[in-house]
Design a protein around this ligand. Structure first.
Ligand SMILES: [Zn+2]
Length: 225
């Protein structure tokens, strides 16, 4: 459909594996926790169930239809429901990353939203990172909670579970996951020694507008430190 690219593109399966390796290297994924998906035409590719990153291969990624049927590959990640539902309900989103990264998960275990204590919260498109209510992993109920908590944003916490980050591509989803984990670490650190002062709604609106001006939330702060 799009035959305009000059350089040969890296296959999506290899890009997903690379994203998983980056997540493992940065401590976002440990063992078999964490999963990644990416839209590919009329279906999506997702990491397999129960396979540690070091044993994943491009061929091992599972192709799943938006009706939930496996098109090719083995058993998809147990969290394929929310990957499917997010990709189906958000045409602006093409990649979904899920982790049990330590600081985001610690905050999710308090069942608290991440408040606007730092302007980088706006990277996910809002003035908080909402925490979705608890539901059993792998269920449609968890998926409904996640989709609602995300709204039109690019990240949410899952109570007593972890973090979901979204992007128009894998790079953006990964950058947001790394940033939110870092923000949760900073927030929990600040909470240990005092009560963080929150930015006002006006201040956060200003940041969100500024980020929009750069076109890509995930890259804006790196281009203009
Ligand atoms: Zn999980």
């Amino acid at each position: 459909m799009t035959a305009t690219s000059a350089a040969p593109a890296v296959p999506l399966r290899a890009q997903i594996l690379d994203a998983c390796r980056q997540m493992a290297a940065s401590g976002l994924i440990r063992g078999t926790s964490g999963n990644v998906s990416c839209r590919e035409g009329g279906h999506f590719l997702i990491t397999p169930s129960g396979v540690p990153v070091e044993k994943m291969t491009p061929e091992g990624m599972v192709a799943v239809g938006f009706d939930g049927a496996v098109i090719g590959g083995g058993k998809p990640s147990s969290e394929w429901h929310f990957h499917r539902d997010i990709l189906r309900s958000r045409p602006d989103i093409h990649a979904v990353v899920h982790t049990h990264s330590p600081h985001a998960t610690a905050l999710a275990c308090l069942r608290e939203d991440l408040p606007p204590f730092h302007y980088m919260i706006a990277m996910a498109g809002g003035d908080t990172i909402r925490c979705a209510p608890y539901a059993l992993f792998g269920t449609e109920t968890l998926s409904r909670h996640a989709v609602a908590a995300l709204g039109d944003r690019k990240a949410c916490l899952l109570a007593n579970h972890g973090l979901i980050a979204l992007g128009r591509d894998l790079d953006e989803a990964l950058a947001i996951a790394v940033e939110i984990e870092s923000l949760c670490e900073q927030y929990l650190l600040a909470r240990q020694v005092g009560t963080p002062v929150l930015l006002s709604a006006d201040e956060m609106r200003e940041v969100i507008e500024q980020f929009k001006g750069y076109g890509r939330h995930a890259q804006a702060p790196r281009q203009d430190p």
